[in-house]
Design a protein around this ligand. Structure first.
Ligand code: 7GP
Length: 830
C-alpha cells in the first residue's frame, strides 16, 4: 500500500526506472518499441518513413518528460509568465531541432546507424508545419526557441490549422495553389489534451440582468464551439526547460444545441455540429492585407477566447485575488490579429468576475503589450462594426465603452481638435464604420514596439504620431532576431563545426555575441580556406536540389545569388528579374572574347504569391519565362542561369540559405518593417545586396558598409522621387521593359499590366529610379567575387557581426523591458 503521496511518487518513479536513457542501446530499443507498438509495423520490416515516425515518437517521449518537469517547476515557483499570442507560427520541421536542443543528436545518429538507418535520410521524411505566411510567422517560431533556451516561463498560443499555408505548384511557369494536408500522416510532436477544452461563444444577444441589486450584462450566445488544446513541446538548448506551444482546434460542442436533436432532424444536427470544426481548418494565405471576412474574425475570437480562459484558469489555480493578475501575467499581442483579447479580458473581468469597469480596465492596461509588424496604414486591420456586432455583440459594446472613455480623456488632454480626435478614435467613421484594431491595442497596451530601429521611428513619426505625442513612454523598439540554433546549428552543420573549432567553444550557440571572436581570424588564410570549403559543400547540396527540382545544371564556380521570400511588389523581385534581363542582354551583345571576363551567376528566386495577388503571380510567371530563354541559350552557357525554387518553406530555406554567396533584400526604402531573412543569410556568411531599409540599417552598423553592397533611394528620399515619377526612368530600364513588352520572352499580353507598374507613369515602387544604382551594386558584387580571398573575408565578417540579430537578444530585451519576467530554470544541467 502507498503510505503518502511522496511514497507513491517514489514507487512510480522506480517502476518507470527513472527517466529515459540516452545511451545507444536504450535509444535503439525505444525506436524499435515505437516501430512495433506505436507505428504498428513489424520490427523486422519497416521503411524510412516508419523509421522516422518511430524515431520522432522516441524523441517526443523525451520532450514530454522535460515539459512535465518544466511545468511542475513553474507551478511550484509560480513566476510571472508571459503568454505570447500569435495567429501564425512557421515551425518547419521538429526532429533535428529537437535532438540538437536536447543535446542527443550524435547519440541518435549512432543508434540509427546501428539499426541500419541514416539520421539525415530520416529527417528528410518529415513534412513542414507551415501554420503561417512569412516573416511574422517565422519570427514567432524563432522567438519560441529563444524563450525556451533562455529559461523564460513562457507559453505560446495559436491556432491548429488543418491546412497550413498552401503548397505552391508551378505548371507552365504559373503558380497553382494546393492544400497542405500536413496532418494526413499524423503529427508525432503534438499531444491532444482532450480535457483541456473551453466553450467559445458566438452571435446571440446581450441582456441586462439584475445581480444582487446590480445591473450586469449577460451574453446569450447563438452558437457555441468547443476549443480543444494541442500541445507542442519547445525544448530549450542547453537547459532542461521545455515550454509549450498550445494550439487550439475547433470541435463540436454539446452545449446549446440539444434542441436540434429533439426536433428529430438528427442527421442535419450532426452535420451542423461538424461545421464547428471548420473554424480552425484553414490559414488565410494573405500576408499584409486584411479582408473583413467573417470566418477570419471567428478564428481570431476563437483563438483569443480559448487562450484567455486557459490563462485565467491557470491564474486562479494559485490565486484568488485579481489584484495580483498583473504581477503574474504578461500578454504579448503579436500584431493586431489577437487584439480582441483586450475586449475579451474586459468581458471576463467585468461580466464574469464582477470586478467593476475601472478596476478591470486598470488590470488590462497593465498586462498587454503590442508588437506592430506593419509599415503602412493599409496594412492595419479594420473590422466592420456590423460584422463585429453580429458575431460578438458584447465585445462591440465593450469596445464602444473603451473608446468613449478614451475619447473623453483625450478631449481633456488635447481639447476639441476634432481631426485629431477622429484620427485617434478606435472607431473609424466612414462608408463602412469599422474598428481600428491597432488603435484598440495601443490604447490598452503599456508598451508598443516596432521591429527595427527605422520601423520604430516611422511608427512614431508617421503611422502613430498622434499616439506617440500622447504617450511617448509607451513606444519602444525591439529589433527582430532569428535563432542561431535553427539557422546555423541545424541547417549548416559544417559551418557550426568550423565556428566552434575556431572559437574553441560551442558556447556561442547559447551566447551568440561570442561570434565576434571570428573577426580576429577574418584574414587568416587557414580559416579562409576552410570557410570556402564549407561554402562549397553547401553549394553542392543546393546545386543537387536545383537540378532535381528544375533540371537545370549549375556550376559551383558561379556566384549563387538568392532572393527568397514572399512575392510582393514592394520586395521588388521584379527589379531583380529586370536586372537579370539586363545582364543577359549585356552578355548577348558582348564580343565573344569579352565573355571570359563575366563573373558567372546562378540567380535563384523563390517564394509564394498570395492566391489573389495578380501582379505577384505575374512576377512568378515572368521569372519562369526569362529562365526558359536564358537557360536554353548556348551563347550564355554557365555565365548566367536563372532558377525558380518552387514551394519555398522553412525546410527549403534551410537548404538554400547556407548555399548562397549573395542574397538580395531590395525592398523600396521605407516598406520593409524589418526583414529577417537577411539575418539568416548573414549568419551563414552570405553577403547582402540591399537597400537601406528595415533591419539592414542596423546590419550596416554591425558589419560596416564595406562588407555589403548597398544601393538605392533612402527612406527620406522616397516621397520626392514618387512625386517626380517616370521622368526618372533610365534608358537601361526602359530597354529591358521594352523587351518584355515586345514579347521577347513570350506572353506579351499577359505581362502588359506588370510592365505598366514600372513604366506606366507611376512606378510606385521606384524600380526606375533605383535601377542604375542597383546595377552598380551588382557590378561591385561581381568585382568582389572575382577576388575569392577578399570575398571570403567579407563573408567571415558578415557572420562574425550577426550576433546582434539573434532572437536571444530580442527576447531578453522583451523579457526585461516589456514583460518584466525572469528566467525560471529547472535545476539540472539539461
Ligand atoms: C513581416 C514584415 O513584413 C517583415 O518586415 C518583418 O521582418 C516580419 O514581419 C517580422 O517582424 N510582416 C508579416 O509577415 C506580416 O505582416 C501578416 O504578416 C500575416
Amino acid at each position: 500500500s502507498l503510505g503518502s503521496d511522496s511514497a507513491k511518487a517514489e514507487r512510480m518513479f522506480r517502476l518507470m526506472d527513472g527517466f529515459l536513457k540516452n545511451d545507444s542501446i536504450s535509444l535503439q530499443q525505444d525506436i524499435l518499441r515505437h516501430v512495433e507498438y506505436t507505428v504498428a509495423r513489424s520490427r523486422f520490416n519497416f521503411d524510412d518513413f516508419e523509421a522516422y515516425q518511430a524515431l520522432a515518437h522516441s524523441v517526443r517521449d523525451r520532450l514530454i518528460e522535460r515539459s512535465h518537469d518544466t511545468q511542475l517547476y513553474f507551478k511550484r515557483k509560480d513566476p510571472k509568465r508571459v503568454y505570447f499570442l500569435s495567429f501564425e507560427y512557421l515551425m518547419g520541421r521538429s526532429l533535428s531541432n529537437s535532438v540538437i536542443n536536447l543535446g542527443i543528436r550524435d547519440q541518435y545518429a549512432d543508434a540509427l546507424s546501428q539499426l541500419g538507418f541514416e539520421f539525415e535520410v530520416l529527417a528528410e521524411q518529415e513534412g513542414d508545419a507551415a501554420l503561417g505566411n512569412g516573416g511574422l510567422a517565422r519570427l514567432s517560431a524563432c522567438q519560441m526557441d529563444s524563450m525556451a533556451t533562455l529559461d523564460y516561463p513562457a507559453w505560446g498560443y495559436g491556432l491548429r490549422y488543418e491546412y497550413g499555408l498552401f503548397r505552391q505548384v508551378i505548371l507552365d511557369g504559373f503558380q497553382h495553389e494546393q492544400p497542405d494536408f500536413w496532418l494526413n500522416f499524423g503529427n508525432p510532436w503534438e499531444t491532444e489534451r482532450v480535457h483541456v477544452t473551453y466553450p467559445v461563444k458566438f452571435y446571440g444577444v446581450v441582456e441586462e440582468e439584475n445581480l444582487n441589486g446590480e445591473k450586469c450584462n449577460v451574453w446569450i450566445p447563438g452558437e457555441v464551439v468547443e476549443a480543444v488544446a494541442y500541445d507542442n513541446p519547445i525544448p530549450g538548448y542547453g537547459t532542461r526547460n521545455t515550454i509549450t506551444l498550445r494550439l487550439w482546434a475547433g470541435k463540436p460542442s454539446d452545449q446549446h444545441d440539444m434542441e436540434a436533436y429533439n426536433t428529430g432532424d438528427y442527421i442535419n444536427a450532426v452535420v451542423c455540429r461538424q461545421k464547428a470544426e471548420n473554424i480552425s481548418s484553414v490559414l488565410y494565405p494573405d500576408d499584409r492585407s486584411f479582408q473583413g471576412k467573417e470566418l477570419r474574425l471567428k478564428q481570431q475570437y476563437f483563438f483569443v477566447s480559448a487562450s484567455i480562459q486557459d490563462i485565467i484558469r491557470r491564474f486562479k489555480e494559485a490565486h484568488s485575488n485579481f489584484d495580483e493578475f498583473p504581477e503574474k501575467v504578461a500578454l504579448q499581442l503579436n500584431d493586431t490579429h489577437p487584439s480582441l483579447a483586450i475586449a475579451e479580458v474586459m468581458r471576463v473581468l467585468v461580466d464574469k468576475e464582477h470586478l467593476g469597469w475601472n478596476k478591470a480596465w486598470d488590470i488590462a492596461c497593465k498586462i498587454f503589450s503590442f508588437t506592430i509588424h506593419a509599415v503602412i496604414a493599409e496594412g492595419l486591420e479594420k473590422i466592420p462594426v456590423d460584422l463585429l456586432g453580429s458575431l460578438l455583440p458584447r465585445h462591440l459594446q465593450i469596445i464602444y465603452e473603451i473608446n468613449f472613455t478614451f475619447v473623453e480623456e483625450l478631449k481633456k488632454r488635447i481639447g476639441l481638435d476634432y481631426n485629431r480626435l477622429s484620427r485617434m478614435s478606435i472607431i473609424e467613421e466612414g462608408a463602412v464604420k469599422s474598428i481600428r484594431m491597432a488603435n484598440l491595442a495601443i490604447v490598452c497596451s503599456h508598451t508598443v514596439n516596432g521591429v527595427s530601429k527605422v520601423h520604430s521611428e516611422l511608427l512614431k513619426a508617421k503611422l502613430f504620431k498622434d499616439f506617440y505625442e500622447l504617450w511617448p513612454q509607451k513606444f519602444q523598439c525591439k529589433t527582430n532576431g532569428v535563432t542561431q540554433r535553427r539557422w546555423i546549428v541545424v541547417s549548416n552543420p559544417s559551418l557550426c563545426a568550423l565556428i566552434s573549432k575556431w572559437l574553441g567553444t560551442e558556447a556561442w550557440i547559447r551566447d551568440v555575441d561570442l561570434l565576434t571572436g571570428l573577426r580576429a581570424y577574418a584574414a587568416d588564410p587557414d580559416l579562409q580556406q576552410e570557410w570556402m570549403m564549407v561554402k562549397k559543400v553547401n553549394k553542392m547540396r543546393l546545386a543537387e536540389y536545383i537540378e532535381a527540382m528544375s533540371g537545370v545544371k549549375v556550376s559551383l564556380d558561379a556566384m549563387f545569388d538568392v532572393q527568397t521570400k514572399r512575392i510582393h511588389e514592394y520586395k521588388r523581385q521584379l527589379l531583380n528579374i529586370l536586372g537579370i534581363i539586363h545582364r543577359y542582354d549585356c552578355i548577348k551583345n558582348m564580343e565573344k572574347s569579352q565573355r571570359s571576363k563575366v563573373v558567372p551567376r546562378v540567380c535563384i528566386i523563390g517564394g509564394k504569391a498570395a492566391p489573389g495577388y495578380e501582379i505577384a503571380k505575374k512576377i512568378i510567371k515572368l521569372c519562369h519565362a526569362v529562365a526558359e530563354k536564358i537557360n536554353n541559350d548556348t551563347d550564355v552557357g554557365d555565365l548566367l542561369k536563372l532558377v525558380f525554387i518552387p514551394d519555398y518553406n522553412v525546410s527549403v530555406a534551410e537548404l538554400v540559405i547556407p548555399g548562397a554567396d549573395l542574397s538580395q533584400h531590395i525592398s523600396t526604402a521605407g516598406h520593409e518593417a524589418s526583414g529577417t531573412g537577411s539575418m539568416k543569410f548573414l549568419m551563414n556568411g552570405c553577403l547582402l545586396l540591399a537597400t537601406e531599409d528595415g533591419s539592414t540599417v542596423e546590419i550596416v552598423e554591425e558589419i560596416g558598409a564595406d562588407n555589403l553592397f548597398l544601393f538605392g533611394a533612402k527612406i527620406h528620399e522616397v516621397p520626392k522621387l514618387r512625386e517626380e515619377g517616370s521622368p526618372k526612368m533610365p534608358l537601361q530600364c526602359a530597354r529591358v521593359i521594352r523587351m518584355v513588352r515586345d514579347g521577347y520572352f513570350g506572353f506579351k499580353d499577359y505581362f502588359e499590366s506588370l510592365c505598366d507598374t514600372v513604366d506606366g507613369g507611376k512606378d510606385f515602387y521606384l524600380l526606375g529610379s533605383d535601377f542604375e544604382s542597383y546595377l552598380e551594386a551588382q557590378a561591385a558584387a561581381d568585382k568582389a567575387f572575382a577576388d575569392p580571398n577578399k570575398w571570403t573575408q567579407m563573408s567571415i565578417l558578415s557572420a562574425a557581426g550577426s550576433g546582434r540579430f539573434s532572437s536571444d537578444r530580442t527576447i531578453r530585451d522583451y523579457a526585461e523591458k516589456t514583460w518584466g519576467i525572469e528566467p525560471c530554470r529547472f535545476p539540472s544541467d539539461g
